[in-house]
Design a protein around this ligand. Structure first.
Ligand code: 1GP
Length: 240
């Protein structure tokens, strides 16, 4: 039963906008979790995403178990690699890097993940992951050896997102990269959204309430913010 995905669809059908905080297991210490999640619980955040480009072995499982003690919010894995899959979470974004042309990140890692997924009851949500250039090399680029899509060729981005949908993917994620100096533009978000019949996630470089509202107004159904929360927890307050 894919509850998490249907909850997302349901929220969208009621015009509710969703906000995920991204927690990188390598940047969060277990000691700080209780206070951090307490702030998250009191904020507008609707989902907790967990993942990073490179994460120490076992740190994801320890972190997920600790977070679970402090919140009822859905915990969704957003894994940079197969080692970040843990049965302790609620769901997993099963990512395919469809902006790139590296077969390892289109299908190779996914095949590798299957034996691990078999041992879990995680809800698996197929997600087309599209990296858009932001002026600097991102860690996704380095790790995957792929190029991001040009932000000037919007038609190409639209076609890539639509191809993901036609392949049966359940979500499309437009990514500018963690800590990006340039977030995904309003024009890209609205153009992609117009053509899609599945929910649209947007993340990377969103650091203000204005940017968040702009992403939502342009058509993002779920926005992911990591760095801004990591750097300054008062940002949770600012979003109220
Ligand atoms: C990164 O989209 C997420 O994968 C969030 O990016 O850390 O820049 O908020 P930020």
């Amino acid at each position: 039963m894919s509850t998490m995905y249907y909850d997302i669809l349901n929220s969208i059908s009621q015009n509710k906008k969703l906000l995920a905080v991204l927690i990188d297991p390598d940047k969060m210490t277990l000691n700080n979790i209780s206070a951090f999640i307490d702030t998250v619980n009191k904020s507008k955040v609707t989902h907790i995403f967990i993942g990073g480009s490179t994460v120490n072995k076992n740190s994801t499982e320890e972190l997920v178990s600790e977070i679970k003690k402090h919140t009822k919010l859905p915990l969704i894995l957003f894994p940079g690699d197969v080692t970040q899959i843990t049965k302790k979470a609620d769901a997993l974004l099963f990512l395919s890097l469809i902006s790139g042309r590296n077969p390892e990140y289109l299908i190779g890692k996914q095949v590798e993940a299957v034996s691990k997924l078999r041992e879990t009851t995680l809800e698996v949500i197929s997600t087309g992951y599209i990296l858009i250039e932001n002026g600097k090399e991102t860690s996704v680029q380095k790790v995957t050896g792929t190029l991001p899509m040009s932000r000037n060729n919007i038609q190409d981005i639209i076609n890539t997102a639509k191809a993901g949908e036609l392949l049966g993917m359940k979500l499309i994620y437009l990514e500018a990269g963690s800590g990006a100096s340039k977030a995904i533009t309003s024009e890209i978000i609205s153009s992609v959204k117009k053509e899609l019949n599945i929910p649209l996630i947007v993340g990377g470089g969103i650091r203000s309430k204005e940017q968040l509202d702009l992403a939502f107004d342009s058509g993002a159904d779920l926005v992911v913010i990591g760095t801004a929360f990591e750097e300054d927890e008062s940002f949770f307050e600012e979003l109220k």
